[in-house]
Design a binder for this molecule. Sequence first.
Ligand SMILES: NC(=O)c1ccc[n+]([C@@H]2O[C@H](COP(=O)([O-])OP(=O)(O)OC[C@H]3O[C@@H](n4cnc5c(N)ncnc54)[C@H](OP(=O)(O)O)[C@@H]3O)[C@@H](O)[C@H]2O)c1
Length: 325
Amino acid sequence: MLTVQRTADGGPEVLHLMETDDEQPGPGEVALDVAATAVNRADLLQRQGHYPPPPGVTEVIGLECSGTVAAVGEGVTDWKVGDEACALLAGGGYASRVVCPVGQLMPLPPGTDLVTAAALPETACTVWSNVFMVAGLQAGDIFLVHGGAGGIGTMAIQVAAAAGARVITTAGSAEKLALCRELGAAVTIDYHEQDFVEEVKAATDGHGADVILDNMGAKYLGRNVSALATEGRLVVIGMQGGSRGELDLGKLLVKRGAVIATSLRGRPADEKARICASVAEHVWPLVGAGEVRPIIERTMPLTDVVAAHELMESGAHSGKIVLTL
Ligand SMILES: NC(=O)c1ccc[n+]([C@@H]2O[C@H](COP(=O)([O-])OP(=O)(O)OC[C@H]3O[C@@H](n4cnc5c(N)ncnc54)[C@H](OP(=O)(O)O)[C@@H]3O)[C@@H](O)[C@H]2O)c1
């Protein structure tokens, strides 16, 4: 099979296509012939050597894919050879074949083709598990998501708006702020020019955000706590602004607030299966109804993986970058 191998820790140029032996599914696993995969920010960290795969997981990068079932392992009864699916992966998506636990397979969302479906598993599972299953966002809540024009952000805005929340988001350019409004954000904040704490307070009559989905970590910790509503939940999923910050517990205590930090990749297979089933039940119908639109900046062949990583690293993209086989 064709795989993208990392020949060293480093920049996009360390990625090379190579032939390796086909993977075979074990009990409870499925092999997919990959049609498409997509780039995630975590892939850049793994390439640089800062985000190794969990124990037992392939070194091949790639957290999501779509494809056709090529073989099923012992005990798999729900899927058969030839079925089309998309999958949440702990690794291995940058390849022509991947093996994963059967619980991480999902049907294609209604109305999507294989290429589009590759752009959805990682963002849908991250947003749904954190914003809804962990933080319990409800209709009528105020939801702040940082980086609204990115892969995670474009999904988060749409799913939260469809659920009846009032969405506030940050982004780094006028063009990206316009995209966020088009996707359903009621209030948009330019993170280069505006203070998001002041803007959130002004837009909510001082109430603040009931749920915050944060990609910045340490850099925004204090300000996120300031922007939280009473009993608000801050969910940190990224550390683009560092991992060590200062938390004013007094401020959090007065608000009876919560700070939660989570990672999807390292969760056990049964938890991922629960998340995938919940996404297929709750998010895929929104895609089918057109309430959640896959936002794809560019679709490129897997052979252009170096250029795809350069594009994500530049920060010029909105939404997802898809790689086809
Ligand atoms: N914990 C988990 O399980 C999990 C799972 C998936 C993703 N993540 C994390 O989620 C984050 C987004 O991932 P992605 O794949 O969607 O990457 P992405 O498409 O590259 O998005 C990165 C986002 O960061 C935004 N950003 C950069 N500087 C910012 C600032 N100062 N303030 C606010 N936003 C800023 C960018 O905004 P502009 O483009 O507008 O500049 C962009 O929207 C990453 O940190 C990733 O590691 C975590």
